[in-house]
Design a protein around this ligand. Structure first.
Ligand code: ATP
Length: 486
C-alpha cells in the first residue's frame, strides 16, 4: 500500500496525536505539539528506549553480540550550559548550514536541500530552477538559538539552547565515574530537548526547531572501539525492527570517507523511507558515530578552527588556547591493565520525534472489515507495536443495561489497577467502537455481553487479525499483560 502523508497528518490532528504549535495564532513554523494520544505514544517511545538501553540492561554478563559486559547509566542535564561548552565542542564555530536567499520570492533555503524544495513561483519547479530566481551566494548560518542569562543582557551574558544532549554527558563524564562504581566500557544515556534554528523546517515533525533526542555516549578503550562501533550499529538498527519498522524500508548508510568528520573513523546513519520522500530516498532516524577521543580531549584542551575549517588548538598571544578547555583531566585509569588513556566514544544518537513519526507512518494502514451488518467497509487502523500503542486495551459493554456496564467497569478498573492503559466506551454500535479503537491503534478490545453474566467469559478481539476469542473475565489482566510482554 502506498501511504498518503496527507491522510496521516489528518489522522494525527483528528485523533489528537500531533497539532501545529500555537495553531490558533496561525502556527509557528518548525514547532509541533503532541495531543493526548501523541503524548502517550511519544512517552512510550522514550520509555521503551530507556527500558531497553538501561532499565533491562544486564551489566553482569555480556549481552548477546556484545564484545564484553558493560555498564549503562542515565543522566539528566540542563538545556542551557556554560557558553564555553559550545566553543570547545566546536558548535560555536562550526555548527552551521549554508543558507541561500532568493531576492525574487524572498524565500530562504538551506543550500543542500534546494533540489528538494519547490519554488513558490509557477509553473512548479524546484528552488533556483526558474529564470526569475535570483539566488544569493551561500552564507554560513549558525543553528544554535541564542538567549541571555540575567538582567543586564549584554553580549557577555549570551548563552545557547543546546543543539544536542551529548555535551551534557561529556562534561559529566568525570562526575559519573567518580560518583558511581561504573567501569569502562560504559554507556551514559540522556533523553531531552534539543533546539536547532533550522533554516527550512519541513516534512511534518521530521525537521523541527525544537525536538527531543535519545542519546548514548559509550566510552571504551581505544583498542576495542571498532568492535563496539559494530555492536552499536547492529543493536540500534535491530531496535527499530523489533518495534515494528519494516526492514525493507530501513537502511544502514555507512558514511563514505569524504563525508566523515576529521576525528571520526566511522559513522553510519540508520535511515527510513518516510512516505513524504521520493522513491529511493531515505531520512535519518539515528546516527551512530565513532567519535574517537575528540569530545573528551576538546573539553580538556580547548578548540578553535583554522583557516581550513579544521578544529585545532590555537594559542592566544598569552600562550593560552583561544577557546579554552576546562583544563580538567578527563582521562580514565584502567585498574585491570594499570593504563591511563582518554576513552574513545561511540555515539548512537536518535531523535524521539523522528522515531515517533516513523512508527506513525509505519502503523498507518487501510483494509476491509465487516461492519455491524456484516457489510465490508474500508477500515483505517494504526498497527502500533503493543509496547508503543498509547492505549493497550478497550473495554465495551455490549448493551447499556442488563448489568453489562457494571461488569465492563469492573474489568476496566482491574486493568487500570494493573497499570495497563485502558479506555472504556459504551457509546454507539459495537462496530463503530471497534473502528474508533482501530484508528488510534489499540491492539485489543474486550466486549462484555449476556454470556459474560452467565458463563463469566468475555470476547477479546485482535486489532490486526480481527480474530475473536472468548476467555474468562478473571483472566483478562493476566492475558493482556502476557501479550504485552510479547
Ligand atoms: P540532519 O542531517 O537530518 O539534519 P543530523 O545529522 O544533523 O540530521 P544529528 O546531529 O546526528 O542529526 O542528530 C541526531 C538525531 O537527532 C537525528 O538522527 C534525528 O533523529 C534527530 N534530529 C536532528 N535534527 C532534528 C530536527 N531538526 N528535528 C527533529 N529531529 C532531529
Amino acid at each position: 500500500m502506498t501511504v498518503d502523508m496527507d491522510k496521516i497528518v489528518a489522522l494525527c490532528k483528528r485523533r489528537g496525536f500531533i497539532f501545529q504549535n500555537s495553531e490558533i495564532y496561525g502556527g509557528l513554523n518548525g514547532f509541533w505539539d503532541y495531543g493526548p494520544l501523541g503524548t502517550d505514544l511519544k512517552r512510550n517511545v522514550r520509555n521503551v528506549w530507556w527500558e531497553d538501553m538501561i532499565g533491562r540492561h544486564d551489566n553482569i554478563d555480556a549481552p548477546a553480540g556484545a564484545p564484553s559486559r558493560f555498564d549503562m547509566v542515565g543522566v539528566e542535564t540542563t538545556i542551557i550550559m556554560h557558553p564555553q561548552v559550545w566553543k570547545c565542542s566546536g558548535h560555536y564555530d562550526l555548527f552551521v548550514d549554508k543558507m541561500v536567499d532568493c531576492r525574487e520570492c524572498k524565500g530562504r533555503f538551506r543550500e543542500d536541500h534546494m533540489a528538494a524544495i519547490p519554488c513558490p513561483n509557477k509553473p512548479s519547479k524546484m528552488v533556483g530552477q526558474h529564470d526569475k530566481c535570483q539566488l544569493t551566494e551561500p552564507r554560513d548560518f549558525n543553528l544554535m538559538f541564542k538567549t541571555i542569562i540575567g538582567a543586564l543582557g549584554t553580549e557577555e551574558d549570551a548563552a545557547f539552547l543546546r543543539p544536542e544532549t551529548a555535551q551534557g554527558i561529556f562534561v559529566n563524564f568525570k562526575n559519573v565515574c567518580d560518583s558511581t562504581r561504573v567501569k569502562l566500557p560504559l554507556g551514559i544515556c540522556q533523553v531531552g530537548k534539543s533546539f536547532r534554528n533550522e533554516i527550512t523546517p519541513r516534512n511534518f515533525t521530521f525537521r523541527s526547531r525544537e525536538f527531543e533526542q535519545m542519546e548514548i555516549e559509550f566510552f571504551c578503550r581505544p583498542d576495542e572501539s571498532q568492535q563496539w562501533y559494530q555492536y552499536w550499529r547492529d543493536r540500534r538498527f535491530n531496535w527499530y525492527i523489533n518495534l515494528g519498522l519494516d526492514k525493507a524500508k530501513l537502511q544502514m548508510r555507512e558514511h563514505p570517507a569524504e563525508e566523515l568528520a576529521h576525528y571520526s573513523c566511522g559513522t553510519a546513519d540508520i535511515e527510513y523511507a518516510f512516505p513524504f520522500m521520493s522513491a529511493g530516498e531515505y531520512g535519518e532516524l539515528e546516527g551512530v558515530a565513532h567519535r574517537g577521543d575528540f569530545d573528551l580531549r576538546s573539553h580538556m584542551e580547548g578548540k578553535l578552527k583554522n583557516e581550513n575549517g579544521e578544529l585545532v588548538v590555537e594559542m592566544n598571544a598569552d600562550g593560552q588556547p583561544k577557546h579554552r578547555g576546562s583544563g580538567k583531566d578527563l582521562s580514565y585509569f584502567d585498574d585491570a591493565t594499570r593504563e591511563r588513556f582518554i576513552p574513545h566514544v561511540i555515539e548512537p544518537s536518535a531523535g524521539a520525534d523522528r522515531a515517533t513519526l516513523a512508527f506513525i507512518c509505519e502503523a498507518y494502514a487501510e483494509d476491509e472489515a465487516p461492519d455491524d451488518k456484516g457489510k465490508m467497509q474500508t477500515r483505517t487502523l494504526m498497527k502500533f507495536h503493543p509496547r508503543l500503542a498509547p492505549v493497550k486495551a478497550a473495554v465495551f459493554p455490549l448493551l447499556k443495561k442488563d448489568g453489562h456496564p457494571e461488569k465492563a467497569k469492573e474489568i476496566y478498573r482491574a486493568l487500570k489497577d494493573a497499570g495497563i492503559a485502558v479506555q472504556y466506551d459504551e457509546q454507539a454500535a459495537i462496530g463503530k467502537r471497534y473502528r474508533r479503537q482501530d484508528e488510534i491503534g489499540t491492539p485489543w478490545c474486550l466486549t462484555i455481553d449476556g454470556d459474560t453474566l452467565t458463563d463469566g467469559t468475555v470476547t477479546l478481539r485482535d486489532r490486526d487479525t480481527l480474530e475473536q476469542v472468548r476467555l474468562p473475565a478473571n483472566e483478562v489482566v493476566d492475558e493482556i499483560s502476557r501479550r504485552l510482554r510479547g
